[in-house]
Design a protein around this ligand. Structure first.
Ligand SMILES: [Zn+2]
Length: 290
């Protein structure tokens, strides 16, 4: 049965022996507090502990509630805090006095040894706009093949220059060549999102071999990021009520405001359009279909 993790709060361990033995596979939910689909998937796994125990083939499964305080507050990050999914490069440990750390710094620091111990990780997220579920993976053939086994659309290129891979939860596993995916399971608060999160979790666990859950092989298209668009001015707005995977033709206006207009110079598929982004935050990512 699931037991509280011996040293990390809001994390639960399931293994055949009761000890943490390799391979150690993590499932993270609600790293962003308002993205509760992944948390519901974890809670459901704990409710179905007997079935999960029965399907365990090897090693250890660790369920992790990423950001409990932000979940309590119903927000992406805690009051006075910051985006924890930009802290996993751990530069703050040497660059920022501990007295100045916010809750998310402390939580990321608490998770560091656990993440370093994992042999595989799936991190379950959701988006502010409607989206097909999609996987974020590294662009290796192994990463793409693993992502396909979740049945989701596949995206990669998040580890390119100026991208975020080094700063997100799965970054340290990707750097060590371990299987790791981040999944956008749908829009926040939609019932289907929690269902998707649960299904994706089981397929991932089956795909990495820790449980006997069934996997699928998706023939969904693969998308490769080529740009990250930071909101350039306070007034800048996207040129439409976009959803992920909407397509813009070459020459289309992506957005404008305060004398700034951004057009795309080639066909682009939009990922995670975020109309609520503030200046300096990512407002959308652009991808090509492969
Ligand atoms: Zn998220």
């Amino acid at each position: 049965m699931f037991k509280p993790h011996p040293s990390v709060s809001s994390a639960w361990v399931l293994s055949t022996s009761g000890d943490i033995e390799p391979p150690v596979v993590g499932v993270m939910g609600a790293l962003h507090g308002n993205e509760t689909g992944g948390l519901k998937a974890i809670e459901r796994a704990m409710q179905e502990a007997e079935a999960f125990s029965g399907s365990l083939r090897a090693g250890t499964l660790i369920l992790i509630h990423g950001n409990p305080r932000a979940t309590e507050q119903g927000t992406r990050f805690s009051d006075g805090g910051c985006d924890i999914n930009r802290l996993f490069g751990y530069g703050f440990v040497t660059d920022l006095a501990k007295a100045a750390w916010c809750y998310e710094h402390h939580r990321a620091f608490e998770l560091q040894p656990l993440l370093g111990q994992l042999d595989a990780l799936v991190d379950l997220h959701s988006a502010s706009r409607p989206t097909q579920p999609f996987a974020v993976c590294d662009g290796t053939p192994e990463g793409i093949a693993l992502a396909r086994k979740t049945g989701c659309h596949v995206t990669h290129g998040w580890d390119g220059p100026g991208m975020l891979m080094d700063h997100v939860s799965i970054g340290s596993l990707v750097a060590r060549g371990k299987p790791a995916l981040s999944i956008e399971c749908g829009q926040h608060d939609e019932a289907a999102t929690a269902e998707n999160a649960y299904r994706v979790m089981k397929r991932f666990l089956g795909a990495v071999g820790v449980t006997s859950h069934e996997v699928v092989t998706s023939d969904a298209p693969t998308y490769e990021l080529f740009a990250r668009v930071v909101k350039p001015t306070g007034e800048f707005q996207l040129n439409g009520d976009f959803s992920s995977f909407d397509r813009l033709e070459a020459g289309s206006v992506l957005g404008s405001g305060e004398g700034v207009t951004i057009t795309v110079d080639r066909e682009a598929f939009l990922l995670l359009p975020t109309p609520t982004a503030v200046r300096g935050e990512d407002i959308v990512y652009l991808a090509r279909r492969r």
